[in-house]
Design a protein around this ligand. Structure first.
Ligand code: IPD
Length: 272
């Protein structure tokens, strides 16, 4: 029976595959982008690149690790195997920040993570336009360009730059906007840049102090969540829950409690 792969081996594969995927996304962007479909709402778009990049990633993973399971934003599990005990599952967001990609804004990324027994153990996020790349392995730290990353040391919520995002559903967006309206007087400022994975990577570097969002999917969270956690942020849901669709909060230890409590008071995980 072969030994299970180490987190490092999985990360090496993730990086190789994500780099090729980001090159494809970049090339397709240069050639011109159009939407090919919408998903949950009229503004939740899918481009030809989202689909082509996910296919490319799945094909590459099948070549390199034929028995692994896969979960992707556009095609789900496809016809890949189910991960058994000790098995690996890859979680793919082919283009996180699709609306930025559509508009040519340089804040969109390929996000690829490897999970073993339901725990994310390796992840990479690569900005499709700038080529910036963040990586992490569970217990092995988070890195960009060879430098180990550490989250913000900010201790005062009033001085914190906090990023968030909005879902595509209008009723959900209204609730999220109300939460932000109540939060903004209590923080330095709010950023909504449009790619959850990159927001978590910037928080991992302390270029944002914290990040929260309701309604994220596993592919939005997997790689960026590991990178943030490995840089020292607490990555959780509200009231002791794990991060998930109800809420993901990534905050440095000193900001965690005040931000968590304010978000709980504002019912940030509630609404539609
Ligand atoms: C979206 C982005 C955005 C976040 C949304 C996500 P997509 O992912 O990460 O920042 O606010 O909740 O759905 O649709 O561009 O892959």
């Amino acid at each position: 029976m072969p030994l299970p792969p180490s987190s490092r081996q999985l990360l090496d594969i993730a990086v190789e595959v994500a780099r090729e995927a980001a090159a494809t996304a970049h090339r397709m962007r240069v050639d011109g982008v159009s939407t090919v479909a919408t998903k949950s709402t009229d503004t939740d778009v899918v481009t030809a690149a989202d689909r082509a990049v996910e296919r490319q990633v799945v094909d590459a993973l099948r070549r390199l690790r034929p028995t692994d399971a896969v979960l992707g934003e556009e095609y789900g599990a496809g016809d890949t195997p189910t991960a058994g005990p000790g098995g690996v599952r890859w979680i793919i967001d082919p283009i996180d920040g699709t609306v930025n990609y559509l508009y040519g804004l340089p804040y969109c990324a390929v996000s690829l993570a490897a999970e073993v027994d339901g725990e994310v153990v390796a992840g990479v996020v690569r900005n499709v336009v700038t080529g910036d790349e963040w990586t992490a392995t569970a217990g092995g730290g988070a890195y960009r360009a060879g430098a180990r990353l550490h989250c913000s040391t900010q201790t005062d919520l009033g001085q914190a730059l906090v990023a968030t995002g909005f879902g595509y559903d209008p009723a959900r967006r209204s609730h999220q906007a109300r939460v932000v309206a109540e939060l903004i007087p209590h923080v330095r400022d709010i950023r909504r840049m449009g790619a959850a994975s990159l927001d978590m990577c910037l928080a991992a570097e302390g270029r944002l102090d914290a990040y929260f969002e309701k309604g994220l999917a596993p592919w939005d969270i997997a790689a960026g969540g590991l990178i943030a956690a490995e840089a020292g942020l607490r990555v959780t849901g509200l009231r002791g829950l794990p991060p998930g669709p109800d809420l993901l909060l990534a905050a440095p230890p000193a900001l965690f409690e005040p931000l968590h409590d304010r978000l709980a008071d504002l019912d940030a995980s509630g609404g539609p």
